[in-house]
Design a protein around this ligand. Sequence first.
Ligand SMILES: Nc1ncnc2c1ncn2[C@@H]1O[C@H](COP(=O)(O)OP(=O)(O)OP(=O)(O)O)[C@@H](O)[C@H]1O
Length: 650
Amino acid sequence: MSQREQLDLFASQTAVNSTAGASPLNDLSQMQALLQRWVERRWLRALDAQLPQTLHQLSDEPNPLLWLLCALLCHQYGRGHSCILLSDLVDDPDGLLSLPPQNQFLQRFSDRPSAILHGLTLQQYQQALTQSRWLTQDAGSAAPLVLSDNRLYLHRLYQAEQSVKQQLSARLSQQLPLAAAVAAKLAELFAPVPTPATAIDWQKLACAMALQRRFSIITGGPGTGKTTTVVKLLALLQYGARLKQQALTIKLAAPTGKAAVRLTESISGALSRLPAELSAGIPTEVTTLHRLLGALPNRRSFKHNGQNPLQLDVLVVDEASMIDLEMMAALLDALPAQAQLVLLGDKDQLSSVEAGSVLGDLCRGAELGAYRADTLKLLAPFSDVALTEFAGEGSALNQATVMLRHSHRFDAKSGIGMLAAAVNRGDSSAPALFGQFADISLLPGQSLSALKPLVLAGFSQYLALLQQHDADADSWAHRILQRYSQFQLLCALRSGDWGVEGINTQVGQWLTEAGFIDGRRQWYAGRPVMMQRNNYSLGLMNGDIGITLPQPHSGQLRVVFQLADGSLKWVLPSRLTEVATAFAITVHKSQGSEFNHCCLVLPPDNSPLLSRELLYTGITRAKQQFSLLCANPALLQQAIARRVARSSGL
Ligand SMILES: Nc1ncnc2c1ncn2[C@@H]1O[C@H](COP(=O)(O)OP(=O)(O)OP(=O)(O)O)[C@@H](O)[C@H]1O
């Protein structure tokens, strides 16, 4: 046990002893002290403990249980949950809240949530909440907390969830007519019989489905043809409009700049494979969702909303797993009622960093199909194979969702594909695949030094180009950025020796010793950095990666970023206040990006962050080569078994 942990344990025991008889649930000052203690122990953020204080100033609330629930709700929000399901709080408070955190889980804290909340029933929670001013609606002002179906929400998130539900159900209730000429063109575009001949052509079905819906989802793993399918869909929509002497305004968007750049590239590739007469009117420009909606600096709201809707007929959003609940609500709000929205994404990837797991929630049951009779009737003309296996009584959303199942990128000889699929199934024998395929490797050794050869070989590729100036600074920078994307280190954690922070420091030292960089200063030629927040005045978004380069004559450093439209932006380092070195990035932040060679680093200590979704997302960032450094092999099995569950009412 570290010295800090011993102090924490001592503090918790003395705190409880000294207040014997005065339970925090009966005494507000004891509750405030408890919340403060949890903040000091880093169980809660200061913000979490501050929220009840702030609400109390606005509307008096003497019940300590309400203070606790409010702080816990904020804690859960910070961990990506939209709400707290009260029955989960009754059944397993420590598990639900991940408190104490995993690295302190075995210690005997007498003030852990299960001890404080011991014996409280669902009825007691309900009673306390319904009597609270924080839940009763004052005339004209919204209550800060909402209780609905035993789910406790912050008002903002409740509103977002309700809005998403209402908007989607309105869109899902309509079926669009499909002209015979468009149906015939669809059959032409998907003419080649899939192999084997008995296989269902899910791409064709996805197209047929989306043509007839105002809202649809095309989900599938890497390389299953989401982009290929959506380009054909857009071609057919434009074809149908042309038959009516019209032209559709189509827009493409992605949650991050990096994902937008990638979609721009893959859309251009897919367009080049379309018959020329069908490619007119399909844009290749992809924008970020923030830019599309018109983000307002330092405001949560956007320029486009229900009162000022977007001017478009069709919107395609890629990497939809990265859309959080509030962004989804804003997007649906700003979408004109007659427009068609198509979401593309991989439902099995990690969810958004912000609260919500919208795509995962919306795609629940997608692998089963669960198509009702009317959906089967709608799809049947487009399938040579009977769809009875996928019949069911699924939700309205299931009726608008198609899952693509065959990867055209990874075949049966691909270790990356096999490993990703095995992890995704939760197959405990997945680790045995290492050693059987050339494109996946488990690094020998259990210390960070096992990374060194890989790091030197991987990063030297782009660092070597720093010396090879080009008369055209932009084309030089393009080559460097392109080469940088060949290799990436991914971490599960942010802090600690095995997290992004520790590994970036270590990699900086190795590269400095090898003479590739001069990492002794904060800014140096070759330093890759990742934006940690959106910066609207610079037009750079959270997650964008830039590389620090010396100007050819002056040697002055500038950081170069590739924007969503493929152009470059050069920025003075002094203007970048919220960036972090990006030799290693978290798996979360890697979403929407792909690298030829990815190396995932798992820490030696267990953490609730080590999950099946994290592994799957990390593995599928690799296009050609995947390496894994796993300090504690037992954790790999545990991570494969652990699923991320986010509380939501969607
Ligand atoms: N039906 C098909 N037959 C043969 N090749 C295909 C088919 N569909 C897609 N491909 C090829 O598979 C590759 C991946 O396709 P695509 O980019 O559309 O997939 P994706 O699901 O969008 O991938 P990503 O994971 O990058 O988002 C492309 O090279 C594409 O040409």
